[in-house]
Write a protein that binds this ligand. Sequence first.
Ligand SMILES: Nc1ncnc2c1ncn2[C@@H]1O[C@H](COP(=O)(O)OP(=O)(O)OP(=O)(O)O)[C@@H](O)[C@H]1O
Length: 229
Amino acid sequence: MIEVKSIRKKYGRKAVLKDVSFTAEKGQITCLIGINGVGKSTVLKAIMGLTPVTDGTILIDGKPLSSRVYEHITFIPDAISMPPGMTVDGCIQFMKDYYVSWNPKRAAELAGFFKLSGSDRVGELSKGNAAKLNLLLGLALDVDYVLMDEPFSGIDMFSREQIASVFTSHLIEDRGVIITTHEINDIEHLIDKVILLENGLVRREFDTETVRQEEGKSVMDVMREVYNG
Ligand SMILES: Nc1ncnc2c1ncn2[C@@H]1O[C@H](COP(=O)(O)OP(=O)(O)OP(=O)(O)O)[C@@H](O)[C@H]1O
């Protein structure tokens, strides 16, 4: 389980996260939702230790962040960070050489599923294909937790559907996934848990199935309730 306990984060004098606590379980997809600039990426970067928090604690399976802990978790940023001149095959080879946890079988399966061509260069990929390659490079690592920043942002409906289908497949297996988004429509059915962020605080944390069964509400219904007052 990932436990985020009362984290606070200031950039200069600006308090972005004022008091954020939530948990994300293995085997579940947890979604951090909030408007642009609310601090979703900052939360993911804090979990990865990429940005120091001003206060609070983050535990991964009960342990504080350390280099050993990072072998169990990966971060897929909102844009691919591979050099534009590198080919798809080159990226895959780079990851294979660099990470012991690289799973070549899963990488090949994802490349086939996404219909990525090995000879295409990163800088020449369409937005959708760049997003798919980005996802492949993270999901082919054998880690327990995957953090994804806006995996559906700015791509067409068919690519979104294809990416969404990966979430319900064996390619995710029983890993713990945290994704951020500001638009829930396409992915509502995939999500187990929602964390609604507003003004640096968690406005609501809920299990989608519980809310559906006990209150007859969709994620959108709860979002409207919370954000529209
Ligand atoms: N390195 C930085 N230095 C200063 N301010 C920053 C830095 N990174 C982020 N911020 C500010 O912190 C706030 C939260 O940013 P963050 O990227 O976490 O939000 P977000 O919810 O992920 O936004 P989006 O949906 O647009 O991706 C924003 O106001 C942003 O301008």
